[in-house]
Design a binder for this molecule. Sequence first.
Ligand code: MG
Length: 250
Amino acid sequence: MRKLIMILLLAVSAVATAQEVICHRGYWDTEGSAQNSLRSLVKADSIGAWGSEFDVWMTADGVLVVNHDATFEGVTIETSKWKQLKNMHLKNGELLPTLEQMLECGKLLKTRLIVEMKPHTNREHELEAARKIVKMVKRMGLEDRVEYITFSYQGMKNLKELAPDGTPVYYLNGELPPSQLNELGVAGIDYSIRVMREHPQWIDEAHELGMKVNVWTVNSDRDMQWCINYGVDFITTNDPERLQQLLKNE
Ligand code: MG
């Protein structure tokens, strides 16, 4: 009897832990794409990825720009004007996209939009960026399609406060156990595979608190399988099709 209950419990937990694929900086490692491009968002959607992540900075004159690094071709985004950046091209030939363009594109798709607000050097500027991002998402009618992630502790608190109740906000920096973040009402942890391998107990801890776990950037079969076996909720990867294949084999 006890064995039967255990089997049932395992079956229930297996059902409860549907695992989702998030494309890291979009699905960029494929023909015609580039990191953080509009095309990478479309490609992520085209393979049915649950979500597609991209990075956001704000220029000195308040334009929200999608790019990973603080600089683009030597121009520091947060201290430059948009006119210094707007004619620059990504590796696939697209113009450097704004957040507005990314959201407009995302609006036509199904994949969830995982918006990473980058930690700006100037904290006031970062607060303004958070305000503008949340406002733009609202204006475009995308509040139920967007999740926020950030390395900035203050930024996480700001996004939590500014976004509508229930909007998922995740913390990326990796130094805090889920219990400390739970007090702030964030949705969960979104930590690197290195951090999670050092603290695998944080997965159960988060789940027991009703929080989710996302892990990045999971690219090798070995790391993907580790996340799958540990019941990680969201796996952020540069190789989404490989991850989909492994999940299908489960
Ligand atoms: Mg990112």
